[in-house]
Design a protein around this ligand. Structure first.
Ligand code: NAD
Length: 445
C-alpha cells in the first residue's frame, strides 16, 4: 500500500491520531468536533494555564461546554499537552494559531512560523497538515511548505509522502445554528492528492467539504468573506454619518431597504469593528498586495471609516451632553457592553476599548459593565478597569450622566435601563424596539 492509501485508510477508519496546534477559539471547537466523531485528538498548546484548566475537565471557550470537555477527556478521545514532541506520533495536524497584526499594522506571522518550526522537527512521511489560521495568499506554499520539506526534512515529497492544505476556519463565536460541524469547509491543497487525503480526514467530522484547486484559492476565499463584511460595515457606517447630517433615521432606512427580497443584504452600523478577524484579516491582503505594488483601495477606505467610528460615537455623546448643558469632562459615563459583539466573552480589538480610551482622554469619569467581561486593559495606554458588579448595575445607570450602549448583550433589561437612566447614547439600536426611537432620553447612532 502507498503512503497515501495507508493514511487515507487510517483517516477513514478513524485510527489516525489527530493533533491540533493551537487550542483557542478555533482549535478547541475543531478538536471537539473531531473527537465527537470518533477520532483520537491531542491538542498541543504552549499555554500552561489552558492545559491545566482543560485537565481539570473545564472548558475555557464559551461555545464549548465543560461537560463536553470532561466527557471526551474521560472517554480518552480528547487530550491536551504543552509537549510539542507529541507531534512525532501524529498522522494529521491542523494548525490554528493566532494571526494578529504587529504595532506597525503588518501581519504578525510569528505564531505560524513558530508552530511550523516545531512541526518541522517532527514531520514524517504519512502525515497530513492543514493550516487553518487566516493569512495572506501564498502563506501555505511560500512559507510553510519550504520549512516542512527543506529544513532537515529534505526528501519528503509533497503529494506523495506529505500532504499539505489550507482550510479556512469560519467559526462564528456565540452562534448556535451554524457550527464547526455544519458550516461548509473550503479546502485547497498543494496537489490533488493532498486534497484527497485531507478530505478523507475532514469529511469524517464535517458535513460538507468544498474543495478548491489550490491553497491560494482557499486563503483568498477567506479574505474575500471577511473583506466583504468589513467593506459593507464601513459602507453602512458611512451611511449612518450621512443620515445624521440629513436628519434621517438610519435604522429605519436600513429596515426599509432590507424588505427587498433580493439583491440586498442587511448590515448595521455601530461603534466600530472588533474581534480577531474582520478588522484584521483584510489588512493581511492589503499588506500582501503592497508587496506587489498594488494598493487595495476598498480595504484602506473601509478601514479608515471603521477606525473612526469610536471617535464619532464619543463626539455624539459630547453633543448629547451639551444639549443637556453638561460637559463630558468631570461627568459620569457608564459604558454598557465591552465585548466586540453581543453575548460573547471576547474583547479582542473591541471598539469599546477605543471608546473608553477617548472618553478618559476627554476627562470623563468612566465605568463599564459587561456580564461576560470582568476585566479589561488597554495595552497601548496601559490602563486597567474592572466591570461594575451585576448587583450595582442599576445604581450606576441611575447615577450616570450618560449611559453609552456599546455592545447590545441580550441579557440586559433594556426597559429598566431606559427607566433608570437620565440620558442614553445607543450605538447599536438596542433600544429601538423599547421605544428608543421616540424617547427624548435616548439618542441613537
Ligand atoms: N476567533 C474566531 O472567531 C476566528 C474565526 C475564524 C478564523 N480565525 C482565525 O483562526 C486563527 C486562530 O484564532 P483563535 O481565535 O483561535 O486564536 P486564539 O488566540 O484563541 O488561540 C490560538 C491558540 O494558539 C496558541 N499558540 C500560540 N502559539 C502557538 C504555537 N507556536 N503552537 C501551538 N499553539 C500556539 C495560543 O496559546 C492559543 O491558545 C487565527 O488565524 C484567526 O484569524 C478565528
Amino acid at each position: 500500500m502507498t503512503t497515501k492509501e495507508d493514511l487515507i485508510k487510517k483517516l477513514e477508519n478513524k485510527t489516525a491520531r489527530i493533533g491540533i496546534l493551537g487550542m483557542g477559539y478555533v482549535g478547541m471547537p475543531l478538536a471537539v468536533v473531531f473527537a465527537e466523531k470518533g477520532f483520537n485528538v491531542l491538542g498541543i498548546d504552549p499555554d500552561n494555564r489552558k492545559v491545566d484548566t482543560f485537565n481539570k475537565g473545564i472548558s475555557y471557550i464559551q461555545d464549548v461546554p465543560s461537560e463536553t470537555v470532561a466527557r471526551l477527556q474521560k472517554a480518552g478521545k480528547l487530550n491536551m499537552t504543552t509537549d510539542f514532541a507529541a507531534l512525532a506520533e501524529m498522522d494529521a495536524v491542523s494548525i490554528c494559531v493566532p494571526t494578529p497584526l504587529r504595532q506597525t499594522g503588518d501581519p504578525d506571522m510569528s505564531f505560524i512560523l513558530s508552530a511550523t518550526e516545531q512541526l518541522a522537527k517532527y514531520v514524517h512521511a504519512g502525515m497530513v497538515i492543514v493550516l487553518e489560521s487566516t493569512t495572506y495568499p501564498g502563506t501555505t506554499r511560500e512559507l510553510m511548505v519550504p520549512m516542512l520539506t527543506h529544513e532537515g526534512k529534505a526528501g519528503l515529497e509533497v503529494g506523495k509522502d506529505l500532504f499539505i492544505c489550507f482550510s479556512p476556519e469560519r467559526v462564528d463565536p456565540g452562534r448556535e445554528d451554524w457550527t464547526t460541524y455544519n458550516t461548509p469547509k473550503v479546502l485547497g491543497g498543494m496537489t490533488p492528492a493532498c486534497v484527497e487525503v485531507a478530505t478523507a480526514w475532514y469529511a469524517g467530522a464535517i458535513q460538507t467539504i468544498v474543495p478548491v484547486s489550490s491553497p491560494e484559492a482557499a486563503e483568498m476565499a477567506k479574505l474575500l468573506e471577511n473583506t466583504f463584511r468589513m467593506i459593507n460595515i464601513a459602507m453602512v457606517n458611512e451611511l449612518a454619518l450621512m443620515c445624521e447630517r440629513l436628519g434621517v433615521d438610519v435604522w429605519e432606512v436600513i429596515d426599509a431597504a432590507a424588505s427587498k427580497p433580493f439583491g440586498f443584504m442587511k448590515f448595521t452600523p455601530g461603534p466600530g469593528l472588533g474581534g480577531h478577524c474582520i478588522p484584521i484579516d483584510p489588512l493581511y491582503l492589503s499588506w500582501k498586495m503592497k508587496a506587489l505594488n498594488y494598493n487595495a483601495k476598498f480595504i484602506e477606505l473601509a478601514s479608515e471609516i471603521n477606525t473612526n467610528m469610536p471617535r464619532y460615537v464619543v463626539s455624539r455623546v459630547m453633543e448629547g451632553l451639551n444639549d443637556r448643558s453638561k460637559a463630558l469632562k468631570g461627568n459620569k459615563v457608564l459604558v454598557l457592553g465591552v465585548a466586540y459583539k453581543p453575548d460573547i466573552d471576547d474583547v479582542r480589538e473591541s471598539p469599546a476599548l477605543d471608546v473608553i480610551a477617548l472618553l478618559l482622554q476627554k476627562g470623563a469619569l468612566v465605568e463599564y459593565h459587561d456580564p461576560h467581561i470582568p476585566h479589561i486593559h488597554h495595552e497601548r495606554e496601559g490602563w486597567k478597569m474592572n466591570s461594575i458588579a451585576n448587583e450595582d448595575l442599576m445604581k450606576s445607570v441611575s447615577a450616570a450622566d450618560v449611559v453609552v450602549i456599546v455592545t447590545n448583550h441580550k441579557s440586559y433589561d433594556y426597559p429598566a435601563i431606559i427607566e433608570a437612566a437620565s440620558f442614553i447614547f445607543d450605538s447599536r439600536n438596542a433600544l429601538g424596539k423599547w421605544g428608543g426611537k421616540t424617547n427624548p432620553k435616548v439618542v441613537r447612532l
